[in-house]
Design a protein around this ligand. Structure first.
Ligand SMILES: [Fe+2]
Length: 404
């Protein structure tokens, strides 16, 4: 983010002496991206951020994937991943079930009620969409209170933890990048300010408002990092002598933030607008778009649902969050569903949905889409909740009814 923020106390001049009330120096830490050549922040710690007293391996949730073979469009029912009371024993980090992934991005899902351990993803930025429930996300930069419809963007290697709040289980859809996640470049001026045509702007982003200080000794931090396990990942638990939430102040352009999808202002037209108007974020080799409640195409002969499309360079993943998704009527898709539309297959509305959409003035759907340039493979969670029938929903018949 190019938007400068300051929270808590920082010295007037960077890299100068900054002392605690007892006269000792605070530890200044620069947290920055792209080899000191992109956004960064300076954090002032009471302790020494390098200090370790122990380490041990952490076995990550299953990161293995299998190819989408035979190549098929698929319907994955995420709510089936956490039946009954399973969420009561799950947290929003270690409880994640990997649904889909490739070398650029992993999508996982969790329904949880427990607080996560302190966590640091050193493999890339995370964008966690809150489907339902509320939580406090405590970070080394301060806390964010989040709820249904919030994207929570956590820069790579941000130490944080998730604390579900309220009576309802927390449902989170985690998009983990191997890169950074940011607003689309075309929404920004050459210096990084949101332009007038962007569907959201700086005022819509919520950032930590004050330092978050905690006490503790020999505190565990679960670190996901590059390694030789499935997907190229491994985990380590670092034990640090003092609580890592010891930052009395920070400033800069790198920090976690939340964005409520309800603050995304949809762009509409007389005829169908292409998916890039729905884009909210981008990472290396993937984009995140959202389809929000909106007026639809108002040409007198408009067809409001999409045309069939062969987006030849992409796999397209749609997560249906709320409302009725008009283009998928008749396919069995409901809230909590994902559709996987892979490159090499032309997809579009279920046939009856086209006529049914004519004359519509509004769509009250809410969906989050991830398009990737590299093919997505199925994680264990995705394989577990594949409905096995979606591919045949356009024709109305599948292999068991094929004439020989
Ligand atoms: Fe599509």
């Amino acid at each position: 983010m190019a938007h400068y923020r300051q929270v808590g106390e920082v010295p007037q001049k960077r890299h100068t002496q900054f002392r605690r009330p007892d006269g000792r120096l605070y530890s200044e830490e620069l947290m920055g991206e792209e080899g000191f050549s992109s956004d960064s922040s300076l954090l002032y710690h009471r302790g020494v951020p390098s200090s370790l007293v122990d380490a041990r391996p952490w076995e990550l949730p299953d990161q293995a994937t299998t190819p989408n073979s035979p190549l098929l469009p698929r319907h994955l029912k995420l709510h089936d991943l956490f039946p009954g009371e399973e969420h009561k024993a799950a947290d929003p980090v270690t409880g994640r079930r990997l649904v889909l992934g490739n070398a650029d991005v992993r999508i996982s899902y969790a329904m949880s009620s427990l607080a996560s351990p302190l966590y640091r993803n050193a493999t890339g930025d995370e964008c966690v969409f809150v489907e339902r429930g509320t939580a406090t996300v405590e970070t080394v930069f301060g806390a964010l209170d989040v709820g249904s419809g919030d994207y929570v963007v956590l820069p790579r290697a941000t130490t944080h933890r998730w604390l579900p709040t309220g009576d309802e289980p927390l449902r989170t859809y985690a998009i983990e990048a191997s890169s950074h996640i940011a607003p689309p470049r075309r929404y920004l001026s050459r210096y990084g300010q949101f332009l007038e045509h962007a569907p959201y702007c700086e005022r819509d982003l919520r950032t930590p408002a004050e330092p978050l200080l905690a006490e503790g000794a020999d505190v565990e931090v679960y670190v996901k990092h590059r390694g030789d396990g499935p997907g190229g990942f491994a985990g380590t638990v670092h034990v640090v002598p003092e609580h890592p939430f010891d930052v009395v102040g920070w400033d800069g352009c790198l920090y976690p933030y939340a964005f409520d999808v309800a603050d995304f202002e949809p762009i509409t037209g007389r005829v169908h607008q292409p998916p890039p108007v729905h884009q909210v974020f981008e990472g290396q080799n993937f984009v995140i778009c959202n389809f929000v409640p909106r007026k639809v195409d108002y040409h007198p002969l408009a067809v409001p649902v999409p045309y069939y499309h062969s987006n030849v360079d992409s796999d397209e993943i749609m997560f249906y969050v709320d409302g009725d998704y008009e283009a998928r009527k008749g396919s069995g898709i409901g809230k909590g569903s994902i559709t996987v539309h892979p490159g090499g297959h032309s997809h579009g509305p279920q046939p009856a949905a086209v006529e049914a959409s004519l004359g519509a003035e509004r769509f009250d759907e809410l969906a989050v889409m991830v398009d990737t340039f590299r093919p997505l493979a199925l994680g264990e969670g995705g394989r577990a909740v594949d409905d096995g029938r979606y591919a045949w929903s356009w024709s109305g018949r599948g292999p068991s009814t094929t004439a020989s």
